[in-house]
Design a protein around this ligand. Sequence first.
Ligand code: F42
Length: 328
Amino acid sequence: MRFGIEFVPSDPTLKIAYYAKLAEQQGFEYIWITDHYNNRDVYSNLTVIALNTNNIKIGSGVTNSYTRNPAITASSIASIAEISGGRAVLGLGPGDKSTFDVMGIKWEKPLVTTKEAIQAIRSLHEGKKVYMDGETIKLAGARLAFNAGKIPIYLGAQGPKMLELAGEIADGVLINASHPKDFEVAVEQIRKGVDKVGHDLSEVDITAYTCFSVDPDPVKAVNAAKVIVAFIVAGSSDIVLERHKIPIEAKSQISAAIAKADFGTLMSELVTSQMIEAFAICGTPEDCMKSINDLEAIGVTQVVAGSPIGPDKEKAIKLIGKEIIAKM
Ligand code: F42
C-alpha cells in the first residue's frame, strides 16, 4: 500500500509546506494539492512544496481542463517536474461544477473533454507539435519549448464511465471514496477500461482519496470528520446512498442545514455513525489500519489521507507515520 496525503490550499501556502515536509519525514509517498479558484493557487503551492521537500511525489489533486487550457496545464506541471527533480504527477478531473457556475464556465461534455485533455497533455509532454480537432479540445500546432519528460497522469473519477476511461488511459485514478463497497464497484469499472486496451489492472494506481480522521480518542476523530462527511452525503448520488443504506431524504436535510450554516444540528443529529462508516476512514490508528487493510484486499493500491486528516493535523500526520505507515 502506498500512502498519500491531500492538502487543501484554504490554508496558507507556507503552512502547507510545513505539513508537506512533515508528511515526507513520516513516510508518505505522495502529496496531492486540490485545485479550486477560491483557494490559493495549486501550482504556487506545488512550487513551494517542491523547494521544501526532497523525495516525495507531488501533484495536483485534481486540476481540470475548463479553467486551464490543457497546453497551460502541460506547461505548468512540467515546470513543477523540473523544479522538483522529476517528482511531479498530474491529477486531472472534470472539475467541480459549482465553482464553474460562479465563474460563468459551462460544464459541457466532461467525459470527452477530460479524455481529450489527457491525450493533448501526453502529446505535449512527448515534445510533439499538437494539432487536435477534438469534440471540445482544439489545438492548432501547440508545442512546449522545453523538455517535460514523462509525467504520470491520474484521473479524478467517480462515475462509471469516468472510471472506465481511467482504466483505458490513466496511470492512476483518484477516487473520492472510503468504503470497500464503493471500491468493489469502482475496480470492476476500471477493469473494463483496462481490458478494452489490453493492459493489466496492476498498471493503474487505484487510489482511495478518502475523508480521513485519526486520533487516539475515537470520539474526537469522528467529530472532526462530521462536517466533511455532511458535504459528501449532500453531494452523493442516490445510488451511492442506497448502496450504504442511507435514507435518501437525509441528503436534502443535510443540504438544508449546510445552506443555513447550521453546523450544530449537523454535528449533533444529522450526520449519523452509519454515514461516518460509509464515507470516512476514521477513529484510532488501529481502526484506520483495519479500514486500510479492507481496501487493500479489494485492490486499492494507494490511500490518500484527505481532509480533515485529524482533529489536530500535525499530530495526525505523525500518528499516521508512526502507527500506520511504519506498521503496514
Ligand atoms: N474537483 C475540483 O474541481 N478540484 C479538486 O481539487 C478536486 C479533487 C478531487 C479529488 C479526487 C476526486 O475523485 C475528485 C476530485 N474533484 C475535484 C472532483 C472531480 O473534478 C469531478 O468533479 C468528480 O470526480 C466527478 O466526476 P465523475 O467521475 O462523477 O464524472 C462526471 C463528469 C460524470 O457525470 N460522469 C459520468 C460517468 O458515468 O462517469 C459520465 C457522464 C458522460 O458521459 N457525459 C458525457 C460527456 O461527454 O461528458 C456527456 C453526456 C451528455 O449528455 O452531454
